[in-house]
Design a protein around this ligand. Structure first.
Ligand SMILES: Cc1cc2nc3c(=O)[nH]c(=O)nc-3n(C[C@H](O)[C@H](O)[C@H](O)COP(=O)(O)OP(=O)(O)OC[C@H]3O[C@@H](n4cnc5c(N)ncnc54)[C@H](O)[C@@H]3O)c2cc1C
Length: 416
């Protein structure tokens, strides 16, 4: 069913009785061309582009829970392409371009809102680093503007400029960055893939792999055996657990990351703002809630719940930047399990097991990557060649010494 203003009018006048479920609820077939493990943003976008752009429609997405129960429905919804390194920037810029056309592409309102992402700097050295990053962004065709203190003051007069522990010197602004309604992204991709014939199977946990002569031929699931020519893992925070069932050990650790929402307030935050002297980022949802987050909890876990020390740390960051936030009540918080890689960058690659492919290691930043990740993964699955903007996201990059360490933090997954 196509969505349009005429359809809304017609349904409004006829009691809204004609709407149908946005996707089917099929039983699994015994065999598919491609099985995607994980019905998060990346799994669903992979299935969508496989079917819609690469013509491979005999595809199943197997999700152990319900769509949107993982990180795709738990993140702070920020999209941007303000990266420095050549392995990253063209990929994230492609992603931002795909976001810009996404709603027309899959005919679904994902509330893509390009209201700007402002990274604040608090020292001369940080400003120099931002100038360098902005230049790298320009070279990859992205937009970037370096603001001085007056420029930041004009945009965000509520920040603490005068008595701040970390004085604000300026900021790097990407106007095309912003936010997107996260669960609508999952629903839009699910509906788009379903319309192309993809089977989306919820409550279907992958519990093992079918191996024949060292080749992966399918998966064992809570709904029985399902075979496929290619199996594509997209399990985000559960990546290590899923791939260990195929005997693979990944350079990934899982950590919990929390998000927080305040009571609804009148519009105050113009876009996304990130603190440069601590880990704190904030935006305001269309409903008025301040949506913010900070660092991961520092311990390994697969549990989707956080801990109080990080709550305190995030709130301290908010208070240091904009003391007025102390008057808002926090009403909701939750956690999601992050697949933190050793250098902070992701993987889209074949594995050493024939027939088995891997997408993961997205750390804090996988939501903004959702369209390009799905597109590039679909490209790899369809052609067995990496997409030109994802050539660096290989599993053997540490062995080759080609790390993509955007933060320069070294082999410390908890620091990326
Ligand atoms: C609090 C928080 C804030 C964040 N903020 C941002 C942000 O502002 N911007 C940004 O770019 N990124 C952000 N991220 C990161 C981003 O959300 C993730 O990197 C991204 O969503 C991961 O990809 P996904 O959507 O496919 O993951 P998920 O939605 O987690 O999808 C993986 C799916 O695999 C399923 N699965 C796991 N094991 C199995 C199995 N055995 N069988 C079948 N299915 C299985 C899971 O149930 C899950 O649904 C944030 C994350 C969190 C938690």
């Amino acid at each position: 069913m196509a969505y349009s203003v005429f359809r809304i009018l017609k349904e409004g006048l006829t009691g809204n009785k004609g709407w149908k479920p946005a996707w089917r609820d099929p039983d699994p077939k015994p065999h598919y061309d491609v099985i995607v493990i994980g019905g998060g943003g990346h799994g669903l976008s992979t299935a969508y582009y496989l079917s819609n752009k690469f013509g491979i429609t005999n595809v199943a997405v197997l999700e152990k829970g319900y769509l949107g129960s993982g990180n795709v429905g738990r993140n702070t919804t920020i999209i941007r392409s303000n990266y420095l390194l050549p392995g990253n920037e063209p990929f994230y810029e492609l992603s931002l371009q795909l976001w810009e056309g996404l709603e027309q592409d899959f005919n679904y309102n994902a509330m893509v809102s390009q209201r700007g992402v402002l990274n604040l700097c608090h020292s001369d050295a940080q400003r120099d680093a931002f100038a360098r990053r902005g230049n790298a962004m320009h070279m990859a065709g992205a937009d970037a503007a370096l603001l001085d203190q007056d420029g930041v003051r004009e945009m965000c007069p509520f920040l603490d400029f005068d008595n701040a522990r970390f004085p604000i010197k300026g900021g790097l602004l990407q106007k095309r960055g912003g936010s997107v309604r996260h669960d609508a992204v999952a629903w839009g991709y699910a509906r788009g893939a379903d319309r192309c014939g993809v089977d989306i199977i919820q409550n279907c946990e992958v519990t093992g792999f079918i191996m024949e002569n060292g080749v992966c031929k399918g998966v064992e699931t809570s709904k029985g055996q399902i075979r496929a020519n290619k199996i594509a893992s997209c399990a985000a925070g559960s990546s290590s657990r899923v791939m260990s069932m195929a005997g693979l050990r990944l350079p990934i650790e899982s950590h919990v990351l929390q998000a927080f929402v305040s009571e609804g307030l009148k519009p105050v935050i113009p876009g996304v703002i990130t603190f440069g002297a601590g880990h704190f980022y904030i935006s305001q949802s269309d409903k008025g809630g301040l949506v913010f987050g900070g660092d991961i909890d520092g311990y390994n876990t697969y549990a989707q719940r956080g801990n109080l020390p990080v709550v305190e740390d995030v709130c301290e960051g908010g208070m240091a930047l904009m003391p007025m936030i102390g008057r808002a009540r926090m009403v909701r918080m939750w956690g999601g399990v992050m697949d933190m890689s050793m250098d902070g960058s992701p993987f889209i690659d074949k594995t050493p097991v024939e027939g088995l492919y891997f997408n993961g290691g997205w750390c804090y930043g996988g939501f903004k990557a959702t369209p390009a990740s799905g597109y590039c993964y679909a490209h790899l699955l369809a052609t067995d060649e990496p997409h030109p903007v994802a050539t660096e996201f290989r599993l053997d990059r540490y062995r080759r010494g080609h790390m993509i360490d955007e933060k320069g933090a070294g082999a410390q997954p908890n620091l990326h």
